[in-house]
Design a binder for this molecule. Structure first.
Ligand SMILES: Cc1cc2nc3c(=O)[nH]c(=O)nc-3n(C[C@H](O)[C@H](O)[C@H](O)COP(=O)(O)OP(=O)(O)OC[C@H]3O[C@@H](n4cnc5c(N)ncnc54)[C@H](O)[C@@H]3O)c2cc1C
Length: 389
């Protein structure tokens, strides 16, 4: 990218300036929603041919609730809330070692903390912008040239357009970040493991509205039960990063087998689903840490700028919080986008860092214990009722 360093005081943007959002998941859809409300002329470009579905539920709590209320979407989200969920740690013989129960008698999800299926939240956010913004599926940003009058963007189909601002909402492996800030290795922090996730339309592996976790040192199997599906999560720890081809599903399945073959509990059932097809999510557990989320007219939102990892359990809500905070900053600073981007980072980074630190330390040790010592510590906390989930 041709970089012109960020002005201290940015020149005013004309009203209804065209802006580009790269990525149409939680960060992209929520950012597009707010930009549209602020009067910008919004285009979204999404690599996939439609919304990318699948994955485990998203936690809705704390600040996310207030933001969804301000978006006018909380009622729709709340209507899709999942029932309260119990969480149980298991041994190889399926005995319960401990955990937390859903509040006794609570059939209704709490209003202040609940889960929603990832796809339901995507649909609600998409409905919130549909018809008001331009959405270009099946395309991606190939080149960004930041100049005094805007960012000239070249898309994968050759289209060239100039936008006043560009919002990189394209996830953990963000190409906006690569084009503007440099190589992924500069920002990606490996947390010591790999995660496989798959949602299967099968029930009966465990009761509905229950999560079960079984660990051996360095390997964890987790199942989430619902009344119409089961989430399968298999995670293993490694000392360093493993070289693998992210497009080679057979290789990823082989890595899962290397780590899970021979384990007890419900692992053999989970492995049958691993072998069934190529439709799964597999990635290293990592976090994105950056000292700034903007450069010139380009700013990052969600996993692209501050992936907290699946271990934190709040990547989806963090993306919605990030989009909401950025919108507040843009509203506060009017046309001065440089001040708004700086304000967004200053007010949000401590919150992000706190979540990242907890996920990298207690989160990994609790959910994916690496060795006998971490297993023993987790079991001690379980016995003492001191496990923070
Ligand atoms: C299919 C899928 C399943 C997931 N499942 C889980 C899960 O089970 N548990 C969990 O904790 N997290 C999961 N995640 C990650 C989780 O969604 C994010 O941590 C969180 O929602 C943050 O959202 P985001 O919008 O920043 O990033 P993401 O949700 O990762 O979305 C990024 C979007 O950008 C698009 N994109 C990528 N590159 C480009 C490009 N070059 N140009 C244009 N668009 C691009 C992607 O297709 C995607 O739609 C999943 C993500 C995806 C995409």
């Amino acid at each position: 990218m041709t970089n012109h360093s960020a002005p201290v005081q940015s020149p005013p943007l004309p009203s209804a300036s065209p802006v580009l959002v790269s990525g149409a998941s939680f960060a992209g859809l929520a950012t597009a929603f707010w930009l549209n409300r602020l009067g910008y002329q919004v285009t979204i470009v999404e690599l996939a041919s439609g919304l990318r579905r699948g994955g485990t539920p998203v936690d809705i709590e704390g600040e996310t609730i207030g933001i969804l209320e301000r978006m006018g979407l909380f009622g729709a989200v709340r209507a899709k809330a999942l029932p309260p969920r119990a969480f149980r740690f298991k041994d190889a013989d399926d005995r319960t070692l401990g955990g937390i129960d859903a509040a006794t008698g609570a059939e209704e999800p709490s209003r202040t903390r609940f889960e929603i299926h990832r796809d339901d939240l995507l649909d609600i956010l998409f409905c919130g912008i549909n018809g008001s913004v331009e959405v270009l599926f099946g395309r991606s940003v190939k080149q960004l040239e930041d100049g005094p009058d805007g960012v000239t963007v070249t898309l994968s189909d050759g289209m060239r357009r100039t936008f006043a601002l560009v919002f990189g909402c394209d996830g953990n492996r963000s190409s906006t970040r690569k084009l503007v800030f440099g190589a992924e290795e500069n920002f990606s922090h490996f947390m010591g493991g790999y995660v496989y996730l798959k949602v299967v339309p099968v029930t009966g592996i465990l009761p509905p509205n229950v999560s079960e976790v079984f660990s051996e040192p360095g390997r964890t199997a987790m199942l989430n039960g619902y009344d119409d599906r089961t989430d399968i999560c298999l995670a293993f720890r490694t000392a360093g990063e493993i070289e693998y081809d992210y497009r080679d599903r057979a290789q990823q399945r082989a890595m899962i087998h290397d780590h899970f073959d021979g384990l007890g509990w419900k692992v053999p059932t989970a492995l049958k689903h691993v072998d069934a097809d190529d439709d799964f999510y597999f990635d290293r557990t990592n976090q994105i840490r950056m000292s700034s989320w903007s450069k010139g007219r380009v700013v990052l939102v969600g996993d692209a700028g501050y992936c907290v990892s699946p271990v934190a359990g709040m990547g989806g809500s963090m993306a919605i919080i990030g989009a909401g905070r950025l919108a507040q900053a843009l509203e506060r600073h009017g046309a001065d986008y440089a001040a708004a981007f700086q304000d967004y980072h200053e007010k949000l980074h401590a919150f992000v860092e706190d979540i990242q630190t907890r996920a990298a330390n207690e989160g990994m040790a609790t959910i994916f214990p690496a060795d006998d010592a971490e297993m023993a510590e987790r079991d001690r906390k379980l016995r003492d009722g001191k496990l923070d989930l």
